[in-house]
Design a protein around this ligand. Structure first.
Ligand code: FAD
Length: 319
């Protein structure tokens, strides 16, 4: 009987959405779906994990998993793997999970595939290569469990209405693994909907010319409502806006109802993070910009003169 595990990231408000997405997919792959949750809040998260398909949750609330980077979690996970022998473990592509998955692979010698966009079976997964222009199915060799790091939003999370049996895990970690200590945790202050959850995403690129012009995107988001502001890497690297706004291969993946790309050329590394949006609107002064080929609606012109008029028109319609 196939057994699939999900390594569940837990945040202050419970399981991260990615854990629920992976559990939903795991239900298609195996009769036995289980989750491993390590760190403060793990036991409390078990009910939600059960609701999305985990029959068993191996949980430890021990602060050691929050205070240190991946080493303690990878060590304990390796012990659980040896004991319970899952066929496949799915991880979300987060900093913490990537750290744990890499360390686990070094211990087990199994295959670790990153950047998966789908998991097709216990030994098969899908990814995109060459900046998202080609889709390839990859066969996972080597000993079990195969390890797969899955891109966020690859699956839609759907509850199954189940409950989980919680198995407490003892956090026995050798002293030599307590080395990389977290000294500070910084939460980016945010207002409005989260980028990954907003119905509308308005993203700005180098075509905005100046960081202060992001204020135009904020105003547009405010008049539309349930909208968040994203960015290309070019402007994140230039320090115009924090990394938490970056969309693309090395940033976030979004799938809003409407994606508005303002002054963004449409490089493949950007497009992989937004191409699954339901409708794409692009505002670009270059009629040959690649983003316009992808767009359902393209505006060829200067964004800096177009946006104020668009905002005014929406405000006039609302009043
Ligand atoms: C390994 C790797 C990973 C990467 N990861 C990412 C990633 O996650 N996300 C990402 O975005 N990029 C990523 N990149 C970078 C990517 O290749 C591009 O360099 C980047 O997306 C370009 O950003 P941009 O579109 O804002 O800038 P540009 O390519 O400079 O485009 C600016 C656009 O604005 C238009 N424009 C100029 N002025 C105006 C105006 N007044 N009005 C309207 N339009 C105007 C121009 O016509 C142009 O199309 C990655 C690159 C590498 C190598």
């Amino acid at each position: 009987m196939a057994k699939v595990w999900v390594y569940a990231d837990i945040g202050p408000e419970g399981p991260r959405p990615s854990a629920l997405e992976l559990l939903t997919k795991a239900r298609d792959l195996a009769d036995t779906v289980e989750a491993v949750a390590l760190g403060p809040g793990a036991t409390g998260a078990a009910a939600a994990l059960g609701d999305y398909g985990a029959k068993t949750v191996y949980a430890s609330d021990d602060p050691v998993f929050g205070e240190y980077l991946g080493q303690p979690a990878a060590h304990v996970l390796a012990r659980l793997v040896a004991e319970h022998v899952p066929n496949l473990i799915m991880f979300a592509t987060t900093y913490d999970s990537r750290d744990v998955a890499g360390r686990l692979q070094a211990t087990t010698g199994s295959t670790l595939m990153s950047n998966a966009t789908d998991v097709l079976g216990l030994d098969r997964a899908r990814t995109e290569i060459l900046g998202g222009t080609k889709i390839v199915d990859v066969s996972l060799g080597g000993p079990e469990p195969r390890l797969v790091l899955v891109r966020p939003k690859s699956f839609a999370a759907e509850p199954s209405g189940g409950t989980a049996n919680v198995v407490p895990v003892v956090a026995e970690v050798p002293d030599e693994l307590l080395k990389a200590h977290r000294v500070e945790r910084h939460e980016e202050p945010a207002s409005g909907p989260k980028l990954e959850e907003a119905k509308v995403v308005i993203a700005g690129g180098r075509g905005l010319q100046d960081p202060t012009n992001f204020a135009l995107l904020e105003r547009l988001a405010a008049v539309i409502g349930n909208a968040a502001v994203g960015a290309s890497r070019a402007v994140v690297d230039a320090g115009w806006i924090p990394y938490s706004h970056q969309i693309g291969q090395t940033g976030k993946t979004v799938k809003p109802e409407v994606y508005v790309a303002v002054g963004i050329s449409g490089a493949t590394q950007h497009v992989v993070g937004m191409k699954q949006s339901k409708r794409i609107v692009a505002i670009n002064k270059d009629p040959d910009a690649p983003i316009l080929k992808l767009a359902d609606l393209g505006v060829v012109g200067d964004a800096l003169s177009f946006l104020p008029r668009l905002i005014e028109a929406i405000e006039a319609r609302e009043s």
